[in-house]
Design a protein around this ligand. Structure first.
Ligand SMILES: [Zn+2]
Length: 150
């Protein structure tokens, strides 16, 4: 996991400053609600970040409209990445909170082209607790269901 975490307040975080044009970025696309730019880290060639223009720290603070807009932009970026880089695979990654792997406290989504032997790894330990536990988890979520955030 990256060690760097930017927890700057709204307007002062590095993505807000990038959106405002105060710091340079290799911009790919922008519209009223979203911006797409090349990740400085380039995990693989063609790695793009899609961010909300409004400072929303995580997925939880996005409006439903912003959530839809970032996914629509991510899809457009993916189509462009496929046309320009022709990767055999592509991964979307979106992290929330330090424990979730988030390093900049302004909502963003990674569009990562994937190539054979690219070194990207994602440990995913399968557990199969069985239908009773799954149904209990689903019931907890149904009970917790509420209005969309934003
Ligand atoms: Zn910000």
């Amino acid at each position: 996991m990256p060690m760097f975490v930017d927890t700057s307040p709204p307007g002062a975080c590095i993505f807000c400053r990038l959106i405002a044009g105060d710091i340079p970025a290799a911009r790919v696309y922008e519209d009223a609600q979203t911006i797409a730019f090349m990740d400085l880290g380039q995990v693989t060639p063609g790695h793009v970040l899609v961010a909300s223009k409004r400072h929303a720290p995580t997925l939880y603070e996005l409006s439903p409209e912003e959530a839809g807009a970032v996914m629509a932009t991510a899809q457009r970026v993916a189509v462009a990445v496929r046309a320009a880089f022709d990767p055999p695979g592509l991964t979307l990654l979106q992290a929330n909170g330090a424990l979730g792997g988030q390093t900049v406290g302004h909502f963003h989504l990674h569009v990562v082209p994937r190539y054979e032997g690219d070194g990207v790894s994602f440990t995913w330990l399968r557990q199969e607790p069985g239908p009773d536990v799954l149904n209990a988890y689903a019931e907890r979520l149904r009970q917790a269901w509420g209005p969309a955030q934003g």
